[in-house]
Design a protein around this ligand. Structure first.
Ligand code: ATP
Ligand code: MG
Length: 454
């Protein structure tokens, strides 16, 4: 142990050099080769450097490569302005109004190029009354660009030409030590942008690395700052967590840090119902597994799962008050969605699919006559059925119902007829007395289909 430590201490000065305030880490030490960079990213750095500009791979990609992970995408940082970048490449367009970035296209690959930016000094920064940074889009140099980034591991610049890493904040050592550390004073950095607290949770869970103690410590006292973050941004970050492939760890970490309050407010209630908690944990595990197998996951399915036990509670209440089940379900769904929406802006376009999944749950119980066949024809039967299986696995329903549908959907016509349950006498009577009504399940907007996100 001591030998290893001494070796590292004595080896370091021999191999890294300082350029200005940066430590420059050579290929020999970090081992990230030019060949590990994507085709498009290399084209962009080579093109910009040939035109006389600085250009490096930056952010998550460098971090992921150091951790032996495959980067999602490669972002480039440069001292060229967006207009100058556009002039160098044939297929490039400037996007964003406040933060102007350039997208350079190489077939399927889109490389995002951002000009070095700097943080505005406190005296001329336009912060809101809580200290949130509202202006950070002034151009700067590489060192300033490093300082405005969130974590040391995210502020490394890799030059594919020299294969060197420029490190201004000790991010190389932190990444090697599997440590996620915020740059600068955590209090100031969280006040500037409270979403960094959520990013800390997500990135440490996703990368399996530890949050540095000083980075984690102030979160407890600063978490209320999340109330001032625009809803759309919160939703974006919550979705990133849920779809990170490590949603279970993220949620557990959020709870440990007491950050889940106010984020998904209805979850607070659910944690107190053992059945609800089990259901959510299963849903998240299921999502993580699907993502690890490169299957698609729909945000609507996830939100439907997260809110299910609230819907169930609201529905039960109404049924006990003597309301008809389907009508009670419609009221319950609307109530839960409205309550949730007051805190977290689940987009309305998800509603149709969520409601369809919830409404199908009642129909799974009906296994007589033509009804099971009609349910099988539902375009989103598969999502409804997966949801049913989660309910069985969580202990809310008897496994028998899930097994029945599992067999029924693929059975031969004869077997299906055999499997049908007899119509209940009372049900038959009710049917005979009343003229046949239109189906109670509303037609759903087919444009609101699942959005595969992974
Ligand atoms: P992922 O693998 O999830 O994409 P990432 O670190 O690349 O992780 P992005 O959201 O793509 O995350 O951000 C790209 C880079 O921009 C980050 O690595 C970081 O340097 C910087 N960044 C992103 N969000 C913030 C923030 N809220 N404050 C400061 N810097 C940020
Ligand atoms: Mg990224």
């Amino acid at each position: 142990m001591i030998k290893k430590f001494l070796k590292r201490v004595f080896r370091k000065p021999a191999k890294t050099k300082s350029v200005g305030n940066a430590q420059v880490i050579p290929f020999k030490l970090h081992g990230v080769a030019r060949e590990q960079i994507s085709y498009g990213a290399l084209k962009v750095t080579d093109g910009l450097q040939a035109a006389g500009y600085q250009a490096c791979v930056v952010g998550g990609a460098v971090r992921d490569l150091l951790l032996d992970r495959t980067p999602k995408d490669f972002d480039i940082a440069t001292d060229a302005t967006p207009e100058e970048v556009r002039r160098v490449f044939r297929r490039a367009r400037i996007i964003g109004r406040r933060f102007r970035l350039v997208h350079v296209m190489f077939g399927e690959e889109v490389v995002e190029v951002s000009t070095f930016r700097r943080m505005i000094e406190v005296e001329d920064a336009q912060t809101d009354e809580h200290g949130r940074l509202l202006r950070d889009n002034e151009f700067g140099d590489q060192e300033q660009d490093a300082a405005r980034r969130d974590f040391t591991a995210n502020a490394l610049f890799y030059d594919p030409t020299t294969q060197e890493i420029y490190d201004y904040h000790g991010g190389y050592a932190d990444t090697r030590d599997h440590l996620l550390r915020i740059i600068g004073d955590p209090l100031v950095r969280y006040r500037e942008d409270p979403v960094r607290m959520l990013r800390a949770v997500r990135l440490s869970a996703k990368l399996g690395i530890k949050l540095d103690a000083a980075t984690a410590a102030p979160v407890a006292e600063m978490k209320d700052l999340l109330d001032n973050v625009p809803q759309a941004r919160l939703l974006d970050e919550v979705l990133k967590m849920l779809l990170s492939g490590h949603s279970l760890e993220c949620i557990q970490q959020l709870r440990k840090m007491n950050l889940h309050h106010g984020l998904l407010p209805l979850l607070d209630v659910i944690w107190e119902q053992p059945m609800g908690e089990k259901f959510i944990m299963l849903a998240l595990r299921n999502t993580d597994e699907r993502l690890s197998q490169d299957k698609t996951v729909s945000p609507a399915f996830l939100f439907a799962a997260l809110l299910w036990h609230e819907v169930l509670a609201a529905w039960n209440l109404r049924v006990q008050q003597g309301k008809r089940p389907v009508g009670a379900m419609h009221e319950a769904m609307d109530e839960v969605l409205a309550r949730q929406r007051a805190q977290l802006a689940i987009p309305h376009r998800q509603d149709a699919v969520m409601k369809e999944i919830w409404l199908m749950q009642q129909r799974f119980e009906q296994r007589a006559g033509q009804r099971p066949f009609r349910l099988l024809e539902q375009p989103r039967f598969r999502a409804g059925f997966d949801f049913l299986l989660l309910r069985c696995a969580s202990g809310e329903l008897d496994d028998e119902l899930g097994l029945w549908w599992d067999e029924f959907q693929d059975a031969s016509a004869e077997r299906q007829t055999e499997m049908l349950q007899p119509e209940e006498a009372s049900e038959k009577k009710r049917r005979r007395r009343k003229p046949r009504r239109k189906p109670e399940i509303p037609a759903l907007d087919e444009s609101a289909v699942d959005e595969p996100v992974a």
